[in-house]
Design a protein around this ligand. Structure first.
Ligand SMILES: CC(C)(COP(=O)(O)OP(=O)(O)OC[C@H]1O[C@@H](n2cnc3c(N)ncnc32)[C@H](O)[C@@H]1OP(=O)(O)O)[C@@H](O)C(=O)NCCC(=O)NCCS
Length: 211
């Protein structure tokens, strides 16, 4: 499976809703990409008044002979993974991501090329951020933490050092995860939750402290 942040290739954003529109505008502002538009499987998009065109759905990728960077901008973790699996066998597809230059990522941290990291996000020393994971503005991922693939860290979320966030996890708006806590695969942490102990896979927890 190919991954690339080759800026000489055309780039398309998969998903023309809120997240896609934000990434589109960031790319226009701070990156020199050949942005060709959006792909969306629901062609009644765009629901927002965006200037870019929705140029097609996944069929566009199958018909294309030249390689193209695809940034999957779908906020729902399960749907994002589904689209990833659906298009990953297509020859033209090179999965790509975007790290805003105003995000602060420590030198020893490793962020997947297909992750999206918004401005004012902080990723500490020795952290790992997985593929197709989204790290929203003003979120903090403290040192020695790990975030798996297809996860979403919402705005203002704070993850303490040495936490282990598995793949497919949603950390809601303004939630706090204490240092060293593990969150199991595809668990959901509600907005403003304070997580003080481990959460098993697929659980949804909320509140302070969360349960
Ligand atoms: C926790 C969450 C996943 C639950 O969603 P849900 O299963 O659809 O739950 P519902 O909205 O049906 O609410 C169920 C109950 O939980 C309560 N509840 C929901 N979210 C809550 C939260 N964050 N904190 C405290 N209570 C919450 C509701 O008031 C409701 O209580 P009730 O049964 O007494 O009426 C969701 O509310 C949430 O917080 N999602 C995070 C969203 C987010 O940050 N997205 C990122 C955007 S970038």
């Amino acid at each position: 499976m190919s991954r690339s942040n080759d800026l000489s290739l055309d780039t398309v954003i998969y998903g023309a809703s809120d997240l896609g529109c934000s990434v589109y505008e960031m790319l226009q502002d701070v990156a020199s990409t050949n942005l060709v538009g959006f792909l969306d499987d629901y062609l009644n998009f765009p629901k927002h008044n965006i200037n870019a065109q929705v140029i097609g759905d996944h069929h566009y990728l199958s018909k294309r002979s030249q390689p193209i960077n695809v940034i999957i901008c779908i906020g729902d973790n399960t749907k994002r993974r589904f689209i990833f699996e659906k298009i990953s066998q297509i020859d033209s597809v090179r999965f790509s991501g975007f790290i805003h230059p105003e995000a602060w990522i420590e030198k020893s941290a490793r962020v997947s090329e297909s992750a999206i990291v918004f401005p004012s996000a902080y990723v500490g020393a020795q952290c790992r951020i997985g593929s197709n994971t989204i790290v929203h503005p003003n979120s903090t991922i403290s040192a020695y933490s790990s975030v798996g693939d297809f996860a979403l860290i919402a705005p203002n979320a704070s993850i303490g050092s040495g936490a282990d966030i598995s793949s497919g996890v949603l950390i809601g708006l303004g939630a706090t995860v204490n240092p060293g806590v593990s969150i199991g695969e595809s668990a959901k942490i509600g907005a403003s939750a304070a997580v003080i102990k481990n959460v098993v896979a697929k659980r949804c927890v909320m509140g302070v402290p969360s349960a």
